[in-house]
Write a protein that binds this ligand. Structure first.
Ligand SMILES: [Zn+2]
Ligand SMILES: [Zn+2]
Length: 333
């Protein structure tokens, strides 16, 4: 099979991935083998390829927004059948025994493993997934539109829950890529008043088209103070303006896995008035199942740009250079 491998982590424009021919992986007893039909390109893949995240598996195949078809079942797998459409996402293993796992917070499990970082992911024609971590997918979406839901959508959903936005509240979204444009729709469907902050004019246009109340530059002042804000852009310098945009009692949620350094904060300007900063660390399987259930009830307009699997390096470079509106998705011919 064809598979992209991160051989020399470094800037995307230096082509850190190479396209290889590899044997199709064999599923372990508890795994499914999936023929990949679509795989979203997430910013985390960029962090893996560029070396912002430490190497966990040398030569790893990135990709953790996989939509595919089950083509083989491990000997111990029950509950899935050949030909079924399934999703493979970021979280692919937890210990099940630590105090976080036992408390329903498996996203914090220190022994967790991740697709496309600890194990090979979906920038390939086939991928494996432990059956316990495979998702059943909603009807009504083509493969290409489902892929970005599997990380961008799920993480955005968790971030929105952590924002604890009051009913009809004022939400700010900083960074309007794959996650931002999905999260905005979930918030709008729940009656939120949404403002979007992005340096990309195309993303501002998309935001207004989706029905947000206001769209401005990355660090602009919103027309009214916010009850909550979510920072999707990996830019620590946006933390102070986002905190300043909050109303007293407001919550700022940092949704990324990687953030550049946050500049010094001034207590009075940025934090006083019981403003809160929170991070988001991966997600639980329950988050994923809830969000995919919501996507089945609330039709989401998923903006995608399709690339052939063979052009994954270009997709990643385009994401690095902010040339993608919505989500980039790799399609296997
Ligand atoms: Zn655990
Ligand atoms: Zn991701």
């Amino acid at each position: 099979m064809r598979a992209w491998s991160v051989r020399r982590p470094g800037p995307a424009r230096g082509w850190p991935m190479v396209l290889e021919h590899r044997p199709v992986p064999a599923p372990a007893d508890d795994e499914l083998l999936v023929r990949v039909r679509a795989c979203g390109v997430c910013r985390t893949d960029l962090h893996v390829a560029e070396g912002d995240l430490p190497v966990h598996r040398p030569g790893v195949v990135p990709g953790h927004e996989v939509v595919g078809e089950v083509v083989a079942l491990g000997a111990a797998v029950t509950g899935f059948s050949l030909g079924e459409r399934v999703g493979v996402a970021w979280l692919r293993g937890t210990c099940g025994e630590c105090r976080y796992c036992l408390a329903g917070r498996e996203n914090l499990c220190p022994y967790s493993v991740y697709t496309g970082w600890d194990e090979d992911g979906g920038y390939a024609e086939f991928a494996t997934v432990p059956a316990d971590f495979a998702y059943r997918l909603p009807e009504g979406y083509p493969d290409e539109k489902l892929a970005p839901l599997l990380c961008a959508g799920i993480i955005g959903y968790r971030a929105l829950r952590r924002a604890e936005l009051p009913d009809g509240g004022r939400l700010g979204i900083y960074g309007f890529g794959a996650s931002g444009h999905l999260t905005a729709q979930v918030a709008l469907a729940a009656g939120a008043h949404v403002s979007v902050f992005t340096r990309s004019p195309h993303a501002r246009e998309l935001a207004l088209d989706l029905g947000v109340a206001w769209a401005g530059g990355a660090a602009d002042r919103p027309p009214e103070p916010l009850d909550a804000a979510i920072l999707f852009a990996p830019a620590g310098e946006l933390v102070p303006p986002a905190l300043e945009a909050l109303d007293w009692g407001g919550v700022l949620v940092l949704a990324g896995i990687h953030l550049t350094d946050v500049p010094p904060l001034n207590y009075q300007r940025h934090l006083y008035g019981e403003r809160t900063v929170r991070s988001v660390t991966a997600n639980t399987r329950a988050d994923g199942a809830e969000f995919l259930g919501l996507a089945a009830r609330v039709p989401l307009r998923v903006r995608t740009t399709a690339y052939d699997l063979g052009a994954a390096d270009h997709a990643l470079a385009d994401l690095a250079e902010d040339r993608v509106t919505g989500a980039a998705v790799l399609l296997s011919a």
